[in-house]
Structures are given as C-alpha cells and as structure tokens.
Design a protein around this ligand. Sequence first.
Ligand code: BG6
Length: 468
Amino acid sequence: MIIKKMKKLPEDFLWGASTSAYQVEGANLTNGKGPSVQDVKKVPEGTSELDVCADFYHRYKEDIALMGEMGFKTFRFSIAWSRILPEGVGAVNKEGIDFYSDVIDECLKNNIEPLVTMFHFDLPAALEKKGGWSRRESVDEFVEFAKILYENYGDRVKYWLTINEQNMLTLVGDVIGTGSTEGVENKYKKLYQDNHHMLLAQAKAMKLCHEMLPDAKIGPAPNISLVYPASCKPEDMLAAQNFNAIRNWLYLDMAVWGRYNNLVWTYLEERDALPDILPGDMDIMKAAKPDFIGFNYYNTATVQWADASGDVKLGDQQSGAKEPGVYQSFANPNLLRTEFGWEIDPMGFRATMREMYSRYHLPMIVTENGLGAYDKLTEDGKIHDEYRIEYLRKHIEQIKLAVSEGVEMMGYCPWSAIDLVSTHEGVVKRYGFIYVNRDEFDLKDLARYRKDSFFWYKKVIESNGEEL
Ligand code: BG6
C-alpha cells in the first residue's frame, strides 16, 4: 500500500535502546555473582572474555545519564539471574539486588522507564550443571526468580519481558553459548523439552506478574523474522511456512494463545521429539496472557524447498540454516548486507509488524533492531557512523508506515544503547549509540564517546520520530 496520509506515532511512544547483563556489565564473577552459562563457555576464538565488557557494572550512572541526555523514555536491560541467585536457587545475593535497584533508581532519576528482561541467555551455571531447562524443576526455579524480582522491583518497574529470544535458545543455542547438544542422542527431543519448560515458566511468570503487580505489563521477547519463499514455486511457499512456524509462530502462538503450532507439532512428531506434557500444563499456557509483544528484528529470512537428503546446517540468529525435508536458507538477492553478512531489510520489518499484528492483535514494542559494524574513533574523538543512522532511519520509517496502516506500536528499543560484547563476534562488532573505548583485548580507558548516531537519535526522540 502506498500511504498518502501518514499517522503520527503515539505521544507516549517508548523511545529507548537495549542491552543485556552478560554483554554489558562485566564484574561477571565478582560482587557475589555466580557464574552463568556464558561465563563457563569457551569464548569463540579471537573474542574477549566477559569479565569487563563495557564495565556497565561500575559506570551505569554515567551511561544512564548519557541515555537521559539522548532523551530516552525507556531503557531495556536484563537482570543476571546468577547475580541475584548465585546458585540459581536458594541464597540471594544482596549486592546483586542492590545493584539493579540502583540501576532502576538511576533510570527513574533520568525520567527513563525501566523495561526489564528477566532472562537473556545467561542461565546460572549451577542450574545448567544439574541439567538446566531439561528438568521439570526449572519451571519453578524460574518462577521463584521472577517472584524475587517482582518483590524487589515491582514498586518501580512497570514493563517486564520474560525470556529473550527463546527461539534462538532453541534453534542456535550452540552458537550463542546458551547450551550444547553435543553427544545428545535425540537433540530435537532435548531442545523441545527444554523449550516446553521455558514456555511453561514464561506462562507462570506472566500469571504471577498479573497477580502480584496488577498495574504492570509483561510480554515475551522472541526474535521474529518474517520468512519469504525464495520464489513463487509452491514448494518454496511450503518451505517458508515450515520455517515461519518453526522459527516464529511456535513461540508467539504459545505465548498468546497457549497452543502448539500444528506444523511444529508434526515436525516434532516426525522426529520422535514431542515434549512430555503433564496434565494441567496446557491449561496454564492458555490462562497466561501477555499484555504486549516485545520482539527483536534484524532482518527477514528467505528459504527454498529442501529435499530430504544432506545434513542439517546450523546458522546463527540471522544467517542461513538448512533442515533436509523442511527448508533451506536462500541468499535474498534483493537485499544489502552488513559488514558481518547479515541482510538488511527495512521493508521486511514492516511486513513482519503487519503479519504479527494481524495474527495476534496485541500492542508491540521493538526490543532489538540494529546494525553491527567496525566503528572507528577519530583522533578528535568522533565516530562517524552514518551507516548506522541510515539503517535505523529506514527502520523507523517503516514503523511509521506500519502505524499508519493500523499496527499498534508502543515503542522502539534498538540494539544497543552502548557498545557491548556481541554474542559470538566480539567487542569489535559494535551496535551502540555510545562508543566504548576498548578493543577486543586491549581495555584502554573504557571512556565513553557520543557517536554521530547519538546526536541524530536525540533529535529523533525530541521530534517523536518526525525528524529522521
Ligand atoms: C540478539 C540478541 O540475537 O542479537 C543479543 O538478543 C545480540 O544478545 C544481538 O547481541 C546481536 O547479535 P550479535 O550476534 O551480533 O551479538
């Protein structure tokens, strides 16, 4: 549709940006924090450890002040489960409780609404050692953690996100360091059993949130990329539907409607991998209702039909994969790519928002979107990241178009507020509005610099998206 009458974004649109605890904080094994799965993994060759990251743990006041200077209405950050509960369950680390309490207060002092992710890729290592999400107990462990968060921060936090990118935990956990399936006999069975427990934990945490904090709002935060068929061949269309179901709809159908997507169900049945579901589980899933949908969007995916031969090929969050007999990724020739090979598709962002809204009819907030690049700090302390401005501008334009088409959008939180460590490509893959002066292995002075995108975003926020 060519829109002739553009609608304005809502006055209370939540402009902000995102980070996650294990990628930004540092102090990963100090101040009472227990190790998470991220701290015990072998980091990919050529990338730094997670002991310092952007040193947000010690510099959060300066960082939040900079976010305030940009005019952020919200800041999406995550709470490290093992900073609150070093063993995942049991004894609480008071220093951890106080740290996030201070972060929340600092946000409020700067007129920034905290948007808290409860779990972002960092299961306590102690729980993983016992079997992680494969154990039924993991459901109650998560709910107990959620209860502690509601008790301690519920007086000040109005917006909650349950689990970041549960779909990526399931599909590419090996790549993002959330768990390995090495040596597991039927890895589908394990992964989708873990997934069932996470879905149940999420449903229970949403219900508890509504009981304990009636004024708060809570939602999931999967990574949603609309999947295109590589051509108008009917086989490619089926492949696109397969991957859409496996990658996207399973997670949202469950969070919103409390039912398993039928294509995914069949896919699991075929692999002898149906999850064990206890009586009552599906009632819990059905009863839990999110208030909104948070979602991360980087680009679309394109797939073609895959015959039944060949091996499974793994991608990462945004790059291609193959499953014989189900789908095979296809490089979309119509799209540009980032320096790190991820496709760029602003129009696909609109298509994704339209599709999600027409399926679920819930307000939505973008909890991640952004461009990873090798930024350069100039001698006079500048970072000319025009490419990032271009990327974000084009995506915000599409939000405005989607809103003009009747899609309800609550806010936009690109990745990331500040430079941090990427999931598997190191510190040099930068996303922030704020530059952190460090290299992969040389920590330098960790000083903060405002990138060109910082000044640009400030104006975008000031004008509520009118000045792009
Ligand atoms: C999302 C994650 O998958 O993408 C973030 O939620 C991550 O944790 C972001 O950092 C960008 O991906 P990457 O691999 O470039 O860090």
